[in-house]
Design a protein around this ligand. Sequence first.
Ligand code: ADP
Ligand code: MG
Length: 248
Amino acid sequence: MEKVKTINLNKEFGAVRAVQDVNLIINEGEILGLVGESGSGKSTLGRLILNLLEPTSGEVVFEGKPINKIPLSELRQKMQIIFQDPYSSLNPRMKIFDAIYEPLKIHKKFSKARVAELLDLVRLPQSFISRYPHELSGGERQRVVIARALALNPSFIVCDEPVSSLDVSIQAEILKLLKDLQQKLNLTYLFIAHDLAVVYNFCDRVVVMHDGRLVEENTPELLYKDPQQEYTRKLINAIPKKLYQLLA
Ligand code: ADP
Ligand code: MG
């Protein structure tokens, strides 16, 4: 089943054509990688899909319905986003309990037990509820951000470079957690990365974005083995050699 479909999607910021004629299908239950250099339009595409931005032209369809016909509160329950920087995604003056409880409160689901359940899901100790974000490591903060994103039981999550600001060892931990959650909860991910190495073991399928356009699509294995575009080849060559040998 198609979870998300974009039809001739365009977004212009003045003279900048950030997203150009994007036709994309994200199937239910898959992890679709979206890679490209910084500035290629990945975040803009993610935000258009979540209806956080209005397209200049074109359409986003979610579960068979045009996205602008779905009530906003329903959308915010079903679709979520996880950003790169877990520190700026959390209010520094809010304790971890309140950070995770907030979306539940907004949607009138006053369940404290759900907060405990979410901490278990992201494998954080219950004692963290009374801590503040600055008392946590980067990886722990990103776990809180993930718990918060899962609070309302979404079925689709845009992960916008969720591990880019973390140390390599912590990156692997968070990726493993995201993968486990995806399988356990049958989630669909659009997983954005500027680094092709990150998507290799993680995604079912990868699309490559260049100057606002999707230029190539394949399984990660075939994309590495036989890139069709010069641009994709450059992205592969930009992966540190040591890391690439690990992957190959
Ligand atoms: P990526 O996530 O791949 O780094 P972005 O989607 O953030 O790329 O940006 C794509 C292009 O659109 C860039 O040229 C960026 O400067 C521009 N852009 C993004 N958001 C805005 C905005 N709110 N106003 C003006 N230009 C923007
Ligand atoms: Mg971005």
